[in-house]
Design a protein around this ligand. Structure first.
Ligand code: 0RA
Length: 637
């Protein structure tokens, strides 16, 4: 029997053109051909299963990464329909798999993730796969179809039967090595973060991730939904009260929120629309914020904690130390654009505001002790904000008077075009000295820091602004800080953290990263922040000098040069041990050096990590350092 499609008709030709367009311009459909785009392929397929879960037909999703980097996504939903379309004469499954944007046309009436934002449909994944196989379990029959580069290799046909009433869809695809980078591979941690988040906001669904490459497996299932999410975010923080949670459906829009105050100073609010992390907020965020400010001010007045003569708390005052999640499910979500992940539906603001206001006001009335503690925290925050404003005004006035005062210890460069300049932040005076002598003073500036900079995770802005090291950093960069940060003022295109490869160096690096993350986030987002990679070893052999940046590299080099007894080996403990020429050659010269660019991959995770390393609870910090010790090269203990 011949399973091959017999002839191409006009519809087929359109399909082929569509798939070809995806293969020619993958950037238009999955955002590129890099590792990030690769992960998008999995998300696209999983989104369809999540839709089936949101529609109430599926509660298990299994994702497996196979040793050859092919991926299987299976769910226990109804199974994609396989019936033959009476006019088109092909199976509905084939339409979903080969026609761009066809997926969303089925079903309808429910919330959809796929097609919502990055939604290009599984057909784009299919087009970008060397091969793809879909298996459907429906009506006790197993159906299957195989595609190569999006083109069906056979017709959808029953390939077997089974007993029991389980149904579902299983898709396996192997990304095309001719389109994505040959040696690209999936990152378990990246997938873990994404699927954990999806499980939090799709309450009750079980997402199991198996990595056959390294024999790893994780399952996410949260009966508590976003309350579990907020608890997870706060797991290393001291909390002020039990979780406050509310949910309601208004006009077909599902609203869910969870909030809890902690002893932290920063605000951690995350917003979702149809499980998509709306990192730029939108109307749901506005509604949540407005309701919090209003219910706390109302309560404080009613309880006599704010006098008539005193002003209302500002929104910022009511959000210090607040962890909050709002998640909405909308049948027709409107986003600002493809790249800006911001929810625009205006009615959502009113809906969220009313649900939060009602729940929070009732909670405060019924829990006066907690109410007082929260108001107390807002009062402290308002006073600190006032002090910070005075300190900032002083700094601004001072710099206006002294007109562009750069810190005295900054060794500036002569070039003025920020696109060409670099500033190295160096730990300690001696390393600073070597760096100053070794640099190319035309475009490289050096800012030495004395000892440890302030832990900005455990201090409020007024104290941070008073810190000398922070002050010199801010004025050297020229950007301002916090709310008044402006990237336009940036004086150096590359800001490079250069610390020793030991525990102290790692600590200072973390303090600096914390500072940049909390107060100068756009600097990281726009790709200006880097970490220098000084070598760990100097190896000499027959009047030649080699440098090694990793232990494996050192071992290989020594073996190549004739063994450990044939070479001179010295280990750099700190930057200060290198003379200026060596520092230039190995770490600062753009021709030879490696710089690591700092990226914010997942804001929740970064938030957590800084919290854990810099926060007040001790045990979690130890756990983090233990589990990550292998990644911290040359840990000197
Ligand atoms: C529309 C209708 C039906 C199933 C699905 C969509 C469906 C799609 C995907 C994609 C991945 N997993 C899925 N599971 C289900 C079935 C309609 C019916 O049975 O009447």
């Amino acid at each position: 029997m011949n399973n091959k499609p017999e002839h191409y008709n006009a519809g087929d030709i359109q399909v082929l053109e569509g798939l070809e367009a995806v293969r020619r311009r993958p950037g238009m459909y999955v955002g590129g051909t890099d590792v990030k785009a690769l992960h998008h392929l999995i998300y696209e397929v999983v989104d369809n299963s999540i839709d089936e879960a949101l529609a109430g037909y599926c509660d298990h999703i299994w994702i497996t990464i196979h040793p050859d980097e092919s991926v299987t996504v299976r769910d226990n939903g109804r199974g994609i329909p396989v019936e033959i379309h009476p006019e088109k004469k092909i199976s509905a499954l084939q339409v979903v798999m080969t026609v761009l944007h066809a997926g969303g046309k089925f079903g309808g009436g429910s919330y959809k993730v796929s097609g919502g934002l990055h939604g290009v449909g599984v057909s784009a994944v299919n087009a970008l796969s060397e091969w793809c196989e879909v298996t459907i379990y429906r009506d006790n029959k197993v159906y299957s179809q195989r595609y190569e580069r999006g083109i069906p290799k056979d017709v959808v046909k029953p390939v077997g039967t089974y007993t029991g009433n389980q149904t579902g869809t299983s898709t396996t695809f192997r990304f095309d090595r001719g389109i994505f980078m040959e040696d690209a591979s999936f990152r378990f941690e990246t997938l873990v973060q994404r699927f954990r988040e999806m499980a939090f906001v799709t309450r009750g669904v079980s997402i199991q991730l198996t990595d056959e490459r390294e024999g790893k497996e994780m399952t996410f299932h949260f009966e508590g939904g976003i309350s579990s999410f907020a608890r997870y975010i706060n797991r290393n923080r001291e909390t002020l009260h039990p979780m406050i949670y509310g949910e309601k459906e208004i006009d077909g829009v599902g609203i869910e929120f969870a909030v809890q105050y902690t002893d932290a100073y920063s605000e951690s609010i995350y917003t979702f629309a149809n499980t998509i992390n709306t990192i730029d907020g939108g109307t749901h965020l506005t509604g949540l914020r407005a309701a919090i400010t209003r219910s706390i001010n109302d309560y404080a007045r009613k309880a006599g904690l704010l006098k008539d003569s005193e002003a209302n708390f500002s929104g910022d005052d009511t959000r210090e130390g607040l962890t909050g999640i709002v998640s909405i499910k909308h049948p027709d979500p409107q986003f600002e654009s493809q790249t800006k992940v911001k929810l625009m539906n205006p009615e959502v603001q009113t809906y969220v505001q009313s649900v939060v206001l009602e729940t929070l006001s009732t909670f405060l009335d019924e829990n006066p002790a907690t109410g007082r503690a929260i108001v107390q925290k807002c009062l402290t925050s308002a006073r600190a904000r006032d002090a910070a404003k005075k300190a900032r005004d002083l700094v601004i006035r001072k710099s206006a008077l002294e007109s562009m005062t750069l810190p005295g210890k900054l060794a500036d460069c002569s070039e003025r075009n920020p696109e060409k300049t670099e500033m190295f932040i160096v730990e300690g005076e001696s390393a600073g000295g070597s760096a100053k002598q070794g640099r190319d003073r035309h475009f490289q500036a050096i800012l030495p820091l004395r000892g440890k900079i302030l832990n900005t995770e455990r201090a409020r802005l007024d104290k941070i602004l008073g810190n000398r090291e922070v002050k010199s950093l801010v004025s050297a960069l020229g950007t301002g800080i916090g709310d008044s940060f402006d990237l336009k003022g940036l004086r150096y295109g590359k800001v490079v953290i250069m610390t020793d490869a030991d525990v102290d160096g790692a600590h200072i690096r973390t303090l600096l990263l914390t500072f940049f993350f909390r107060y100068m986030q756009p600097l990281i987002e726009e790709g200006h922040l880097y970490i220098a990679q000084p070598p760990l070893y100097r190896i000499s052999s027959r009047n030649q000098v080699y440098y090694a940046y990793k232990d494996e590299e050192k071992d290989k080099l020594i073996a190549k040069l004739g063994g450990i007894n044939k070479v001179g080996l010295s280990r750099y403990k700190g930057l200060g041990e290198m003379n200026p020429e060596q520092l230039w050659e190995t770490t600062m010269n753009p021709e030879n050096r490696t710089l690591l660019q700092v990226e914010i991959e997942d804001a929740v995770e970064v938030d957590q990590t800084f919290d854990m390393l810099m926060g007040s609870l001790v045990p979690p910090r130890r756990r983090f350092i233990q589990t990550h010790a292998k990644e911290v090269r040359n840990l000197d203990i």
